[in-house]
Design a protein around this ligand. Sequence first.
Ligand code: ZN
Length: 332
Amino acid sequence: MPDVTALPAPGPDAAPRHPSGYRGRFAPSPTGDLHFGSLLAAFGSWLLARAADGEWWVRIEDLDPPREVAGATARQLATLRAFGLETDAPVVRQSDRHALYQAALDRLLDSGAAFECHCSRSELAASGGIHRRCIARRRRDRPAIRLRVPDGSVVVFDDAIQGPQRQDVATEVGDFVLRRADGFWAYQLAVVVDDAAQAISHVVRGADLLDSTPRQILLQRALGLQTPAYAHLPLVVDAQGRKLSKSDAALPVEAADPLPALRRAWIVLGHDPAALAGASDVPAVLAAARSAFDPSRIPRTLPAPAVATIVDTDMASTHPDAMIGAGPPGRG
Ligand SMILES: [Zn+2]
């Protein structure tokens, strides 16, 4: 029998929260160097944590080895340090936490909330990939494990930046994967287990993850976990409206020269560059940003051409060689 007390896990990462009650996090995946979109998520989540007099933790989401780039974790952490964004607790790596995910999965299987699925991608193509019941014609050696999403599973939540959200998870997403047929943990399960085990109170990340949030809330309910508050930062897109991390503009931020990117992120977060004008080093910029920061100024969306201009001016023109090989870390 799995240990039903395994979640949330008492342990080094479940330290009591700061007296403010606020604990935020930044959770990049080591799929490349930090790019401007990931810096925005790091800086935005850090500012919101500091504005609430709370903590800010860094977690490495390294559960997808085929997508990982050797050395990326160390470079991402070095870049965060160069930007003055220091974690308030030891960095946790998801690759060290398989037992926690397994315990959660066992609980869901035991309660009947999760089930083995032998359906193939091609079998689900007719329903647009949405799984409502198993239609597999043959058993696979290694089935996937899915969460059963009953009819009427409508999740409503209020995002601090994006406003009221609603998703009918049953019809729009269907029964979703918790452990993939290739044996890897699904992002949705790992992030829910870790946010609970680390007692994260506020999840601040890019709006590309907004449509994952209802699945995570359903999983929290199935596991009897608290739901944190959510704030999804506006997505940085290029002039063609493509998500930055998928476009040529996904250039690494320059750890050796952090001030231009910090100033750009400040503007993209809806703030007046004059507030940072007198600051000439990273500690001074962060101190000025903390004192002038106003969460209500963060925009829901960004006008693509304006952002492309802000991003391209300093990055594309000065680092044309960096256009190659940029990955999409900062998944959240
Ligand atoms: Zn199935």
